[in-house]
Write a protein that binds this ligand. Structure first.
Ligand code: SF4
Ligand code: SF4
Length: 233
């Protein structure tokens, strides 16, 4: 059962109200926003469907309500303390009001990343190497990369997974059975297009806000490839 959480209002009183209001304006101006929120019955169906609500003090209902009421202070608090608990499974899309609490959370997260909020830096910190692999190669992290020397920052569980990788791979769907050899075949035209998309849509600006070190090494890789292809940064 969902727990009631009594919010300590103005937890982030050191942040000016105008800053929080501006962030909420950005959330509301997102093109997806009107499709994700139509009001809230407070029925709690989204909470019943939400896997994260079972394990954390987290509620998609609270987030939908705060956004529907335009509670700027609470939304800012949720952007810092709550939105990173969502696993983006979108089970909450069964909302009878046609809301998508998971979609709202996506937008809140994106605004948090764009503004380099501390919570965004902390939440994404552990994924730096994954983001680097995906963005530098234009493709995915394949299961055979789950080796402790590849991801020492993922802790001891990676060692357990790597020892039993054959068993794990029998349990997962065939389309995920890529290896670094099969999954990483990507032609130059595609990778150049991806690099340009990430630059032109502001993804690189977002990376710079949350992880300057990662931004620098990605820029090195991308600049070389783009310059070879005749683009100047
Ligand atoms: S967001 Fe939808 S499912 Fe969740 S409490 Fe509100 S109306 Fe109910
Ligand atoms: S998308 Fe997030 S909020 Fe919605 S059900 Fe999944 S974990 Fe819960």
């Amino acid at each position: 059962m969902e727990q009631t959480r009594y919010t300590v209002r103005n937890k982030y009183s050191d942040v000016p109200y105008e800053v929080k209001e501006q962030l909420f304006r950005e959330v509301k101006s997102d093109l997806r926003f009107t499709d994700y929120l139509y009001g809230c019955y407070e029925c709690g169906i989204c909470v019943a469907a939400c896997p994260s609500a079972r394990f954390y003090d987290f509620s998609p209902r609270r987030i939908a309500q705060a956004v529907a009421r335009e509670d700027v202070e609470l939304i800012y608090e949720q952007m810092n303390d709550d939105v990173w608990e969502c696993s983006q499974c979108f089970s909450c899309n069964r909302c009878p009001r046609q809301n998508s609490p998971g979609g709202i959370i996506t937008v809140l997260r994106e605004v948090a990343v764009k503004h380099g909020l501390r919570s965004a830096k902390e939440a994404l910190g552990a994924y730096g190497r994954v983001i680097y692999k995906i963005m530098s190669t234009g493709t995915q992290v394949s299961p055979d990369m789950l080796q402790p020397d590849a991801f020492p920052d993922w802790g001891p569980q990676v060692l357990d997974v790597s020892k039993n990788l054959d068993t794990w791979r029998k349990a997962i769907p065939p389309e995920t059975l890529h290896t670094t050899e099969t999954a990483w075949e990507i032609d130059d035209k595609t990778i150049i297009e991806l690099y340009l998309i990430w630059h032109m849509t502001g993804v690189m600006n977002m990376i710079e806000k949350v992880d300057e070190g990662l931004y620098t090494i990605l820029m090195d890789v991308m600049e070389e490839k783009l310059e070879e292809a005749g683009y100047s940064m």
